[in-house]
Design a binder for this molecule. Structure first.
Ligand code: URA
Length: 434
């Protein structure tokens, strides 16, 4: 078999066989297919798409490209979640202890910041002392002991995704439905859980900008995922403005702590409870969504989810005092305000621009391997629907990288659209795919 033939086949819209797809993933991971040929293939997929059969073969080959997490020695129902990436999306830090408090096993493998979106691992590591580079043995032991883990996705699990993602990131081929399906599902299929809920983000701050696109992706994820042997459901959720008030690592830890303590913000709490409720429905523990949500809400209100979070932080070497007294979390030496250029209602607030600004301030990476500043980011003081007066502060910039602060300020100013009419506000949960 020759890679050039497979590229030409895809370029001409002829479906590849399962054997051809397995061959190309296998050879690429073995570094026998060069990046330039894979880049050409990815671009052909971007324009031509994949058939259902190709998507299944592609996803399965990626899932089998490396090790799998084996949680069979851990008693209990194993659950997992994945978000297609957003701004202020610190749901994992809340949902993992919440599901642990509900009696489920959740050993979540997560990634780092990517583009304008944050990464759970960077956030969790903003808690002083937290270790996320756990070995498979450590993951299993901790899951047995306390039921919950947040660990970094190692290169041995679905390595095809890591290689392909890096290439997609620099070749304009990230927003391709079959490539996203393969990427997300391969990690989940290799991840050891039985029941998985997916949060497909939709809007300005997401890879899928429109509802039809996001729904199509969510449906494909659930369909292909279920076909490949695990049970999936998905929510499509709004990502036009950031979730909560914070974009940044320690800032989002603070935000997660406030949800776990029952102090909101409501949008973040709502999405977390809705995703958790999907898992209770998938497991069969509940058949009514409202009851499932109430059950989880009670675990927040009783302090059980918070207690599990503290247990999780301690188990991974974190300083428990820093989460009990969040003022002890890393904080920026310099904070600057961005003011409203005019009076009116906040009509739009671009999640993408806020995410980019947080990244420039130091919360994200400009180049691979760069360290992030745990304290840097954007704290919002107004969101869509709020009335603001001229020169009122709209946001606080927690400055990590000084040299880019003016650019960050410009982005945050541009992120706010202020007008005279009160804006229409859409739903947070846009669709459920079961
Ligand atoms: N999230 C992923 O894990 N992969 C993608 O391709 C896009 C979002």
């Amino acid at each position: 078999m020759r890679m050039v033939d497979l590229i030409e086949k895809k370029r001409d819209g002829v479906p590849l066989t399962e054997q051809e797809i397995r061959w190309l993933i296998h050879r690429y991971v073995a570094r026998e297919v060069p990046d330039y040929q894979m880049a050409a293939f990815l671009m052909a997929v971007y324009f031509r798409g994949m058939t259902e059969g190709e998507m299944e073969a592609f996803t399965a080959a990626m899932a089998e490209s490396g090790d799998k997490v084996d949680l069979s020695a851990v008693p209990g129902i194993k659950v997992d979640k994945h978000s297609s990436g957003g701004v202020g999306d610190t749901v994992t830090l809340i949902l993992v202890p919440l599901m642990g408090a509900a009696g489920y096993v959740m050993a979540k493998l997560s990634g780092r910041a990517l583009g304008h979106t944050g990464g759970t691992i960077d956030k969790f590591e903003a808690i002083p002392g937290v270790r996320t580079d756990l070995s498979p043995g450590e993951i299993i032991d901790q899951a047995k002991r306390i039921g919950v883990v947040i660990a970094e996705h190692t290169e041995d699990i679905a390595p095809a995704d890591k290689l392909l993602y890096e290439l997609r990131d620099v070749t304009g081929t990230v927003p391709s439905l079959p490539l996203i399906v393969g990427s997300i599902l391969s990690k989940k299929l290799a991840g050891g859980a039985d029941l998985i809920v997916l949060d497909v983000k939709c809007g300005d701050g997401a890879f899928m900008r429109t509802l039809p696109e996001a729904k199509e992706l969510a449906e494909a994820l659930v369909r292909v995922g279920n076909k490949l042997g695990k049970r999936f459901s998905a929510l499509v959720t709004a990502m036009d403005q950031p979730l909560g008030w914070m974009a940044g690592n320690a800032l989002e830890v603070k935000q997660a702590i406030s949800v776990l303590r029952g102090e909101g913000p409501p949008d973040l709490e709502e999405i977390t409870l809705a995703l958790g409720a999907e898992l209770l429905l998938l497991s069969g523990e509940e058949s009514d969504e409202g009851k499932a949500r109430d059950k989880l809400k009670r675990l927040v209100d009783s302090g059980a989810a918070w207690k599990k979070f503290v247990e999780l932080v301690a188990a991974q070497g974190g300083d428990v005092r820093a989460v009990e007294e969040p003022e002890l979390l890393p904080h920026a030496e310099e904070v600057q305000e961005v003011w409203a250029p005019r009076s009116g209602y906040v009509r739009k607030l671009s999640a993408r621009k806020i995410g980019l600004a947080a990244g420039l301030l130091g919360a994200g990476r400009e180049v691979k391997g760069q360290t992030v500043d745990p304290a840097a980011g954007v704290e919002l003081l107004a969101k869509v629907g709020d009335r603001v007066e001229r020169e009122q502060p709209l946001a606080r910039l927690h400055v990590g990288r000084r040299e880019l602060v003016e650019e960050a300020k410009r982005l945050v100013t541009e992120a706010f659209e202020i007008g005279t009419d009160f804006p229409l506000q859409g739903d947070l949960i846009l669709a459920r795919i079961r």
